[in-house]
Design a protein around this ligand. Sequence first.
Ligand SMILES: [Zn+2]
Length: 293
Amino acid sequence: MKKSTLATLVAVFLYLSLFPSCLAPSNSPTPLGDDFLTQNANTLPPKETLFPSFQKDETLVPTPTLPTYWDVSDVDISKLDPTKKHIAFTFDDAPNRTLEQLVSVFTAYNERNPDCIANATVFFNGVGIHTRSIPSMQIAYAVGFEMGNHTFSHFNLCNLAKEKLQNEIDETDRLLESIDGKKRHLLRAPYGNVNALVRECAHTPILNWSIDTLDWTNNSVEEICERVLSGLESGGIVLMHDGPQNTVHAVKRLLPTLKRLGYQVTSVSQLSKLHTCPLRIGGVYTRARKNRQ
Ligand SMILES: [Zn+2]
């Protein structure tokens, strides 16, 4: 036998010794397929014994974890100064007849005071959101107002069964989403009436107030301003309404006055971010005091 032939035979022998599966029929079942497991179900140990991770696979779909705090990561505070004092303005019962005037007052003030931009949160009732009111809401959102949820019908939520209550919140969120693209909005309960069920149904923090201007009682411009100035504190939240004409005049007067007193007027979410005061989902707040870290 030639040396080269001998070397070839040795190589073939070694290959077959190392890889015996090459000798097996090519149509052998693949022992890892699901079909194999099904056909041999009676003779094999349970699937989960063969593949200990099999049961875990079903948990690979992550369970959504609900947020604990209101997310302010996207809230713009770039034109605000965290070292100043801050107060949040809020307007309830929108959209109403003075929304466009409020937008004009804020816009005119901001044009004259680019170093001290003012903002606000406006709480809307779903029942008022329709073809005629949507354009003014879009303008309000475009100038920077935060859109808040004041429920659909303005019922006392503490008198409602769970399904109706949830619907009051969710339907308004859905309508507001068509304006600002956001799924959830800060909640202000009508009359500030909150119970355990309201807190359970809320998807966001619930905002009450530290200063009530009582502007809906036909208070004068002077009375509205006086109530704000006498209750002034950094982190406070002022309750006003979209509707009374005197509120528009009072805001026009208050914005420059508050600037002179070292305050910046903000939305609620801006206040929370500026003061590093996280707002818990379902929590009820009247103010957002500065959290000294
Ligand atoms: Zn209201």
